[in-house]
Design a protein. Structure first.
Length: 170
């Protein structure tokens, strides 16, 4: 009886990983929303391209890059999270399967996430500096401080992972 109860409990815990699947389906919805926003910015930019200044054009393109980086981030979290925590994605050796898919562990995912956040932060900072007249010195200082916090966090996280790799496995 105790063995049956233990097995049932373990199988319940094991199968509970599927409770994460709706989260990844929600991220697909988030990806669709980012696509809609990307299209909205692009469609707004195209007819105005000859009437806007160079700096405004750069800001619009940086917005597209920013949205693209966020979409890449969502895709990475979906693929790596699903494969690490729910189930392997069977693509039957599809030729378009990304090389990194199935190779990013949780530690690698954390570093890629933080690297993407640093890149997005850098773009936001660049946008603020291009459009500097619309920001106070205090706002710019906060943006730089936040960006540097992300950078330092990324370096420290990478350092912690490096230290962890060097320790003996249990």
């Amino acid at each position: 009886m105790a063995k049956w109860l233990e097995h049932t409990l373990e199988m319940t815990i094991f199968h509970s990983r599927w409770l994460l699947a709706p989260f990844y389906i929600g991220l697909i919805g988030g990806l669709i929303l980012l696509l809609v926003k990307f299209a909205q910015v692009f469609v707004h930019m195209v007819p105005n391209i000859f009437s806007i200044s160079e700096s405004e054009a750069v800001l619009e393109v940086l917005t597209l890059v920013d949205i693209s980086l966020a979409a890449n981030l969502v895709l990475m979290v979906m693929f790596a999270g699903y494969e690490n925590f729910v189930s392997k994605i069977n693509t039957d050796g599809h030729e378009d399967r990304p090389d990194w898919m199935g190779k990013i562990d949780y530690s690698g995912l954390k570093l890629k996430l933080l690297a993407s956040i640093v890149a997005i932060s850098a773009i936001q900072l660049l946008r603020a500096f291009i459009d500097v007249k619309d920001h106070t010195d205090s706002q710019l200082a906060w943006l730089v401080g936040i960006h540097l916090t992300f950078v330092v966090s990324g370096v420290l996280l990478a350092l912690m992972d490096r230290i962890t790799e060097g320790t003996a496995k249990h």
